[in-house]
Design a protein around this ligand. Structure first.
Ligand code: NAD
Ligand code: 6OD
Length: 496
């Protein structure tokens, strides 16, 4: 066990969190979790079997039948505020835990992951507090009338299946609204990133969230905790963030018992740069959208279309930016690029680097593995990479790579750019950079994605609908849209 982990997350190895207690697996099954920055095992984790998943679902159900189920909304809201404050009170612990698990630079976790982890509780506490009730006065033949009003009730036990790229942020993005709406949850964090979900259990207890409201079971997907949870008949709804193929499996599991699903899936997002853009700002945004979190962001840009007159300038400036990124120890302020999450993910990304080379891409920069000295030598590093010259039909341009890389392609007019941006089975996000507001509106309306950013990237207002079109997802979360998923409406008709 890494010395730091013992200070940050109590309980070694990492335990499940069930019914307010940290518990191990009955058979003692464990798996290793690695530090992506060094490639070394840094902790062990209990792997849940059916028994632990059953216990977690039972604990969640018991919580709904207990004080949590009858708690006044104001009290729930107050607890969610305390939870957010509890995360902030242990801010540095969360940063360390997240960075041990992912290898991402501390600066990123400090500015994005952990603040959003806390904000996800406050925003949905505010939304549930202010949601209007729906009611209608109805005419009746006798003239007396009737009052129709809708009750908003929790769905029940929600299964939350999480990915590894933004572990706390994406988990609380689901747990926040689920709890605000009065549900109880069973979370299955990614096997790659068990730490912050476990740590959150400590905060839940410290602020007095009733036992069983938040449960965590660790493990893998198929024939492990993920599958046991999504197939469990005691789970009323499933919210999932991850790959399309996994979503397909989870949808089959959810079909049994006709459980509702909300899916946030992969992307192959386009960035469109028009010649009239503010190039300084565009390069700054494009650098983030391609390389932030080492390209492991579902909203990241892997295809960039640039209007021909500024193509060379854009490519050259993006290259300069990429070459200035610095790998290094996550805690150093000078580190701006972390590793891939795992050896497997690194192999996947490098296979696209090979493919691009074989297909004759012009490699603007990168394309390999950087020299990283010392204890980081065993980490899962790859070079930030930019290509041009590949056809749109290349797998490099069609498949989600999820690495620090992009292909840049020139275009000659707006219609061509829109057609290329839309030529994908995915539909998650697009960024447009232009100085022409009319063009921005026109292009945004024509692009088939859930989110279009104009002259920015990953600028989030948590009240807005969030989700993917085409194969990038099912449903929308965010603001009142989350309430639609995490609650059920029941109508009452009262004859006057
Ligand atoms: P993944 O699909 O491999 O795994 C996600 C989770 O599903 C993990 O917890 C895993 O253990 C679990 N799982 C795997 N198989 C399962 C099964 N059969 N039943 C139940 N659970 C199962 O995804 P990942 O590699 O962790 O994350 C990267 C992917 O997630 C990328 O495709 C990325 O685009 C996508 N993603 C999308 C969004 C979004 O908002 N649209 C956000 C983040 C990540
Ligand atoms: O910001 C969010 O709410 C969100 N779901 C971001 C997803 C990022 C994907 O990696």
């Amino acid at each position: 066990m890494h010395a730091k982990v013992e200070q940050v997350v109590s309980g070694t190895p990492f335990c499940h969190f069930i019914g307010g207690e940290f518990v191990g697996s009955s058979g003692g099954r464990m798996f290793d979790t690695l530090s992506p920055a060094t490639g070394e095992v840094y902790a062990q984790v209990h792997e849940a079997g059916r028994e632990e998943v059953d216990a977690a679902v039972e604990a969640a159900r018991a919580a709904l039948a207990g004080p949590w189920g009858s708690m006044a909304v104001q009290q729930r809201v107050a607890l969610l505020y305390e939870l957010a404050d509890g995360i902030n009170a242990r801010f540095d612990d969360f940063v360390e835990a997240e960075c041990l698990d992912t290898g991402k630079p501390w600066s990123l976790a400090r500015h994005v992951d952990i603040p959003r982890g806390a904000a996800n509780f406050k925003i949905f506490a505010d939304i549930i507090k202010n949601v209007p009730a729906e009611s209608f006065m109805t005419d009746t033949p006798d003239g007396a009338g009737a009052l129709n009003y809708a009750l908003r009730v929790p769905k029940g036990v929600v299964g939350v299946i999480c990915p590894w790229n933004l572990p706390l942020l994406l988990m609380t993005w689901k747990v926040g609204p689920a709890l605000a709406c009065g549900n109880a949850v069973v979370v299955k964090p990614s096997e790659e990133t068990p730490a912050t979900a476990t740590l959150l259990g400590e905060v839940m207890n410290s602020v007095g969230i009733p036992a069983g409201v938040y449960n965590v079971v660790h493990g893998f997907g198929p024939d492990s905790a993920g599958e046991f949870l999504t197939r469990h008949p005691g789970v009323d709804a499933i919210t999932f963030t991850g790959e399309v193929v996994t979503g397909t499996e989870i949808m089959k599991a959810a079909a049994v018992g006709l459980r509702a699903v909300s899916f946030e899936l992969g992307g192959k997002n386009a960035g469109v740069v028009f010649a009239d853009c503010d190039m300084d700002r565009t390069i700054e945004d494009a650098m983030r959208s391609v390389f932030a979190n080492c390209g492991q962001v579902c909203l990241g840009t892997e295809r960039v279309y640039v209007e021909r007159p500024v193509f060379d300038e854009f490519v050259d400036r993006l290259r300069l930016g990429a070459e200035n990124l610095a790998t290094g120890r996550p805690e150093l302020a000078t580190t701006t690029l972390g590793p891939m999450i795992s050896r497997q993910q690194r192999e996947k990304v490098l296979s696209y680097y090979d493919k691009a080379r074989e297909e004759g891409a012009e490699i603007i920069t990168g394309g390999g593995v950087p020299q990283v000295p010392g204890e980081l030598g065993g980490g899962f590093w790859v070079e930030p990479t930019i290509w041009t010259g590949l056809p749109e039909s290349s797998p490099v341009n069609r498949e989600e790579i999820f690495g620090p890389c992009c292909h840049v392609q020139p275009f000659d007019d707006e219609a061509e750019a829109v057609a290329m941006a839309n030529d994908t089975p995915y539909g998650l996000a697009t960024s447009i950079w232009t100085g022409d507001a009319s063009r921005a509106h026109r292009v945004a309306a024509a692009i088939e994605v859930g989110i279009t950013w104009v002259n920015c990237w990953f600028l989030r207002d948590l009240r807005t609908p969030f989700g993917g079109s085409k194969q990038s997802g099912i449903g929308r979360e965010g603001g009142v849209h989350s309430l639609e998923f995490y609650t059920e409406m029941r109508n009452v008709c009262l004859k006057l």
